[in-house]
Design a protein around this ligand. Structure first.
Ligand SMILES: NC(=O)c1ccc[n+]([C@@H]2O[C@H](COP(=O)([O-])OP(=O)(O)OC[C@H]3O[C@@H](n4cnc5c(N)ncnc54)[C@H](O)[C@@H]3O)[C@@H](O)[C@H]2O)c1
Ligand SMILES: [Zn+2]
Length: 340
């Protein structure tokens, strides 16, 4: 198993299956609450069985699927369950599922009794390389993640066997974020995804994790360099809101657009490589049937919040990102590169 430490606090374990002991050793822990979502529930119940064998009282709490779980109402239901089972400040909350589960579990852990230990078992590619790591938690109130806190888990367990058996659309979601990690922080990872038709899952996961680790360690509160992880997300988020495209598909398109803007602003030489890699990963590079006016409006809202223009992460070269403001002509060039 491979191990790395993020933000001096989180032990990330990557391997096939689960480590022993399952949780960071601690004498005073008596019980755990295991939060999960519909798809990975049977695996979560298996884990609960092992935790009980280890002598821990274990309650499995099922959450609604996807972002339906990330609300204050759902958090309140979980608090009631924790009160019912008398989960104390010495106990542990486990998030077992995709990013929606780890975001909500982290939020509940950070607020229950003013903060109890969180441990995550991400079961999607995106959660493994992105959401479960770095301590950002939150619920949606109107906008996404408007209420939340930084709460680092003590351990994140990435079971490669689970990632190997994901449905193809969830693999593509993860690959979009892995390619993003390569573009902003690891040219070898970007090249691996460009050149290798069947890249090794362990290598992709470890390399993407190392990029995230480096940026989180540099900028734990997300005030500076960590913003590089938003490459592709300015236009990506607007597309996600304006359409039925998934997050990964939206980010893929956002990266094609950002590569075009990077070419225009900073002479980025590899726009074609970015586009062809995204295509090869099975992700879209042009948007059919999305309301362009609505996307422009959403990107423009960003601009109103910040009078200097639209904030975007761009690339000088693969592995060399910078944060800047761009004007309407650059945004238009980006949008036209994806057919809007
Ligand atoms: N905190 C952060 O830094 C951060 C970063 C990126 C994304 N996020 C958040 O993460 C969420 C998206 O994460 P996600 O894509 O993992 O979403 P998700 O949790 O909504 O899961 C997506 C779907 O996959 C299913 N699923 C989970 N595990 C599975 C498995 N092993 N096999 C088959 N299906 C499975 C889920 O039931 C769900 O239907 C969003 O809420 C986003 O805001 C947070
Ligand atoms: Zn993302």
């Amino acid at each position: 198993m491979d191990r790395l430490i993020v933000a001096d606090h989180t032990e990330v374990i990557v391997g096939e299956g689960w480590p022993r002991p399952l949780l960071p050793p601690r004498e005073d822990r008596r019980q755990v609450a295991l939060l999960t979502q519909p798809e990975p529930t049977s695996r979560a119940i298996e884990l609960a069985g092992l935790l009980r064998e280890d002598g821990l009282r274990t309650e499995v709490i099922g959450l609604p699927d996807r972002d339906e779980a990330k609300t204050l109402e759902v958090a309140a239901t979980v608090y009631q369950a924790l009160a019912g089972s008398r989960l104390t400040a010495q106990d542990t909350i486990i998030g077992f599922g995709g990013g929606a589960v780890t975001d909500l579990a982290g939020f509940v852990a950070g607020t229950w009794m003013r903060g109890v230990e969180a441990v995550h078992f991400p079961t999607t590619f995106l959660a493994a390389i992105d959401a479960a790591i770095g301590g950002k938690t939150g619920v949606n109130i109107g906008g996404k993640n408007l209420v939340g806190l930084f709460w680092h888990p003590t351990r994140v367990v990435i079971d490669l066997n689970v990632l190997e058996t994901l449905p193809p659309e969830l693999v593509r979601e993860g690959m979009a974020e892995a390619y993003k990690a390569g573009l902003v922080g690891d040219p070898a990872l970007a090249a691996l995804l460009s050149d290798d038709p069947e890249p090794d899952t362990r290598e992709v996961v470890l390399r993407a994790l190392l990029v995230k680790k480096r940026l989180v360690d540099l900028d734990p509160r997300d005030r500076g360099e960590r913003a590089f992880l938003n490459f592709g997300h300015t236009i990506g988020h607007a597309l996600e809101y304006a359409s039925t495209l998934s997050h990964g598909e939206s980010v893929a398109l956002g990266m094609v657009a950002a590569a075009r803007v990077s070419e225009m602003v900073a002479g980025f030489p590899d726009r074609r490589t970015v586009t062809s890699t995204i295509e090869r990963l099975g992700l879209p590079t042009t948007v059919p049937g999305v309301d362009g006016a609505r996307v422009r409006d959403l990107v423009g809202r960003d601009k109103k919040r910040d009078h200097s223009g639209t904030r975007m992460v761009l690339l000088k070269e693969i592995g060399d990102p910078f944060l800047t403001h761009v004007g309407p002509d650059e945004v238009e060039a980006g949008l036209s590169a994806i057919g809007l």
